[in-house]
Design a protein around this ligand. Structure first.
Ligand SMILES: *Cc1c(COP(=O)(O)O)cnc(C)c1O
Length: 503
């Protein structure tokens, strides 16, 4: 399989090069040059095998420059019982007939980013070796919380890689902060920046753009890379769990072979739901992809009108991992739906950059609307849905998953469609315990309690154990205490590299 840029650059890359580069030379996103299809029999056969075997079968055609042994190696390093606390890796829980929840949060950081970030480092290292790269990779991440920890867990102690994470000193939750500053691993660095997330992100962007910095770390044998969600190596592992959910429904006898299902996806950067689109292209019987947004509903508006307009107020919600106004992976969908019309995609992306807004043509809009349906949930609706889901099913969901369930209910009322549905659950309720505990127990029960106390409260209330990754967090040794000004970020990267290379 070869990959090309969504913006038309004529260079085609094998998967190893696409994963190593992350982004195409012209600033576009790498997309597969042809379509992979599974037969109905191949899909049916997935019902009889476990998650790892499902992963090999889905990943292999996309990573055709990897040997099967190399792919197995990556899969086993990622989806094992040291990293995931459930033998099914991504278990499916049926709430009632026709409605199931796919739990994507059994990895080390309790959120769905682990599904991709546990395997990406291994794919990346193999890609470096395959492309004859002899430098080590230094991953830089600016994080508002979730991604940084998931990337740290993914890259810790992976040979030939190192990772330096920056987070805003004001702007991550107590649990998120503790998760990061207690991070173990010989190749990790975590630094707080005096400022907000924008300052932190701009600081990282400046370092990526600096020739001087690149030269300085090259002297120590390193090259910069990023682990962000536009890397094909993060997207492709996500296709697996759509097939896995379908295979589990088949195995349970909940659906018959070939029967269509709907997937409901709490969406931010459009990466998760786009993997569902690729699964459908590969032959998975998906009728509708339901895009669930919070009040940052830029995608809902786009799906309704064909106009993408990021010029609006950013809202801080209780589902913070979906507080996004630029959904980068939408670019890949536009490339696919226009029949690879790279010139048009380039024009839209350029308008987005210059004016914050673009409108797709009628044909493209109609194609989007045939496949996708979208609505959003306010914070009040999200809280209500957490409470209702617990009352009806005795099942506790986090805020992001609740957005998905609420939008699914809206979909059912609006369309009457009773096709079996799978709601993707993107975080453990313990990860966003303050909002979840408040929704379930009321403000009077949670007022004045720390997030660490609320973990206990939620565990006692729900009867669920606190996940391994969040247990005993407040008592773990703090290993990363450094706080810098934004201007000191480059110097801090250099010190980190010196420390790694023994000076
Ligand atoms: C990242 C994230 C999302 C959004 O996923 P996208 O791929 O960016 O659409 C939703 N929920 C949680 C908990 C996340 O961490």
């Amino acid at each position: 399989m070869l990959y090309q840029s969504s913006r038309g650059d004529s260079h085609q890359a094998a998967s190893a090069e696409a994963i190593k580069r992350g982004i195409a030379p012209d600033g576009g996103l790498f997309v597969p040059t042809r379509r992979i299809s599974l037969t109905a029999d191949e899909i049916y056969a997935l019902a009889k095998v476990d998650y790892r075997e499902r992963a090999v079968r889905i990943l292999s055609p996309y990573l055709s420059d990897f040997t099967t042994e190399e792919i197995w190696d990556c899969i086993q390093s990622a989806y094992n019982d040291r990293n995931f606390d459930h033998p099914a890796v991504a278990p499916l829980v049926e709430l009632e007939q026709g409605l199931a929840v796919l739990e994507l949060w059994h990895g080390p950081t309790c959120a769905f980013k682990d599904m991709a970030l546990q395997i990406l480092p291994h794919l990346l290292v193999k890609s470096m070796i395959k492309t004859g790269e002899d430098a080590g990779i230094l991953i830089l991440v600016a994080t508002s919380g979730d991604t940084g920890k998931a990337a740290l867990e993914g890259f810790k102690d992976v040979p030939r890689t190192a990772i330096n994470v920056f987070y805003p000193a004001r702007g991550v939750s107590e649990v998120q902060k503790m998760q990061m500053i207690t991070q173990e691993g010989h190749n990790v660095g975590v630094v707080a920046v005096q400022g907000n997330f924008d300052d932190t992100q701009n600081g990282v962007k400046d370092i990526f753009g600096s020739q001087t910095m690149a030269g300085m770390i090259a002297e120590r044998g390193f090259k910069f890379s990023s682990a962000n969600s536009i890397n094909w190596g993060r997207l492709v592992p996500q296709i697996v769990y759509y097939f896995s959910a379908y295979a589990d429904l088949l195995a349970n006898g909940s659906i018959s072979p070939g029967q269509a299902v709907n997937f409901v996806v709490p969406t931010g950067n459009f990466g998760n739901i786009l993997a569902g689109y690729y699964a459908r292209e590969m032959g998975l019987p998906v009728q509708r992809l339901i895009c669930a947004a919070n009040e940052n509903n830029v995608l809902t508006d786009f799906i309704h009108t064909g106009v993408y307009d990021r010029v609006r107020n950013f809202k801080t919600t209780i589902s913070p991992s979906m507080d996004i106004l630029i959904s980068s992976n939408l670019e890949r969908l536009l490339f696919e739906l226009t029949g690879h019309a790279a010139a048009r995609v380039r024009e839209w992306m350029s308008l987005l950059k210059r004016q914050g807004r673009y409108a797709v043509d009628t044909e493209t809009r109609e194609k989007v609307q045939q496949l996708f349906w979208s609505d959003f949930a306010s914070d009040d609706e999200t809280v209500h849905c957490i409470r209702e889901t617990h009352r009806r099913y005795g099942y506790v969901v986090d805020t992001h998953t609740a957005v998905g369930l609420h939008v699914y209910n809206k979909y059912r009322s609006a369309t009457g469609d009773d096709t079996p549905a799978v709601v993707l659950s993107t975080a453990s309720p313990f990860k966003f315990n303050a909002s979840v505990a408040k929704a379930l127990l009321g403000a009077h029960e949670t007022l004045g309690k720390t997030e660490f106390e609320l973990l206990q409260t939620l565990s006692a209330f729900s009867g669920m154990p606190i996940p391994r990754g969040l247990q005993n967090l407040q008592n773990r040794p703090v290993l990363h205490e450094k706080v810098v000004e934004r201007e000191q970020m480059p110097q801090s990267v250099i010190s980190f590299v010196h420390k790694l290379t023994g000076e």
